[in-house]
Design a protein around this ligand. Sequence first.
Ligand code: HEC
Ligand code: HEC
Length: 225
Amino acid sequence: MAKKLMKLALLASAVSIGLATTAFAAKEEAKPAAAPAAPAAAPAAAPVELISGANGEMLAGTCMGCHGTDGASAGPASPSIGGLHPEYFASVMKSYQEGTAYSTVMGRIAKGYSEDEIKLLAEFYAAKPWVPAKQKFDEKLADAGKKIHDKWCEKCHADGGKVVADEEYQVIAGQWTPYLKYTMDDFKAGTREMPKKMKEKFDGMIKKEGDKGLDALYAFYASQK
Ligand code: HEC
Ligand code: HEC
């Protein structure tokens, strides 16, 4: 009942969500300033508890139809999300909410979740293993792609684009190729903002290798287990 009411309230007015989120963020920001006075304070990241009592697993029930059980996506257009770094997870959800990352469906979905709910979802999925998608690829292209990746992308997307502990960067090795293609199209078109340093490398790579370089990269990421 309480959960239902909360959902209704959330849906009722996008404006009030915006205000609530801003107020929450402001409160969060105010914390560090007050903290030094109390050295024995509890750890900064207190566990999130929702009024509804919902936990990450309950919230994730809504996501499974597209992102699979535990985030191993069953379909090529929905990315796998199990094992994503929680900070990246939260930041991309925020980008969907704000519309700074283009999306087909996630913009609408992400707007239904509060900052705390997203934290719980991020933690839930971060604890799941990354499951590389099983897909076909051209081996020769993949070899060429590895060289291109090492030269232009490895610096940030370490270990061939796999999960790297303590790194914020999302996983691209073993991600569904169609999803990577849509994402690259969005980056190129500017409908999803590319980090500035990535843009330099990306533009350099395209200048040198052309769009064929991208195909080689897709093959390489598909080859990664
Ligand atoms: C109707 C299918 C669908 C549902 C339901 C859905 N998603 Fe998504 N999700 C997508 C698609 C498709 C994308 C790619 C962006 C887009 O086009 O919207 C995506 C992208 C994402 C990404 C970005 C992954 C990356 O590597 O950058 C995250 C995180 C995510 N979804 C989380 C969730 C969570 C959490 C839920 C449940 C609350 C959820 N999604 C529900 C289809 C869905
Ligand atoms: C300077 C660091 C840096 C370099 C170099 C870099 N990236 Fe990125 N990349 C990032 C960051 C940071 C993000 C997350 C952006 C965001 O939060 O929206 C990202 C996101 C991505 C994504 C989106 C993943 C998803 O799940 O939606 C893809 C795909 C990607 N990069 C591919 C590449 C490729 C291919 C190259 C080489 C041509 C490259 N990147 C070079 C930092 C980098």
